[in-house]
Design a protein around this ligand. Structure first.
Ligand code: SF4
Ligand code: SF4
Length: 132
């Protein structure tokens, strides 16, 4: 019991290991919080740099795409669809599992993984979540 209590008290007075949500992306409802940060009334932790080769939202260079459909074949959750009329693709980011297989197989380098990870939404078909 005693070792556990001593741990609890130690943790109470330690700084948190986690970072606060990046202030610049904080929702409008946190207006007061954002203002206090700007006025330096609240001190925030510096953001942790993203690791090398981080796999965020997919980027698509339509001009480079030759319509080979290899990306569609390797996509595990079937997040990519072929637009027959244009011979180009459409990616549904809400279905993507960020495996990067499409990126690895594309013969012309038309796909890339960005560092954008703030993709939460209650609408899986919103503009930001459709890449074409
Ligand atoms: S990263 Fe993976 S899941 Fe996402 S679109 Fe590419 S192949 Fe599909
Ligand atoms: S693999 Fe590359 S070139 Fe082929 S359809 Fe997909 S994005 Fe276009």
């Amino acid at each position: 019991m005693f070792p556990m209590l001593s741990q609890v008290f130690k943790k109470i007075f330690k700084k948190p290991f986690t970072n606060l949500f990046p202030v610049k992306y904080a929702p409008k409802s946190m207006k007061k919080f954002k203002e206090d940060v700007e006025k330096k009334k609240i001190k925030t932790n510096p953001p942790i740099p993203l690791p090398e080769n981080f796999r965020g939202k997919i980027l698509y260079d339509k001009e480079k795409c030759i319509g080979c459909q290899l990306c569609i074949k390797v996509c595990p959750p079937k997040a990519i669809e072929f637009k027959k009329e244009e011979k180009k693709i459409r990616i549904y980011v809400a279905r993507c599992i960020f495996c990067s297989q499409c990126n690895d197989i594309c013969p012309v380098g038309a796909l890339n993984m960005s560092s954008d990870f703030l993709l939460a939404s209650d609408n899986k078909l919103e503009e930001n979540l459709i890449v074409e």
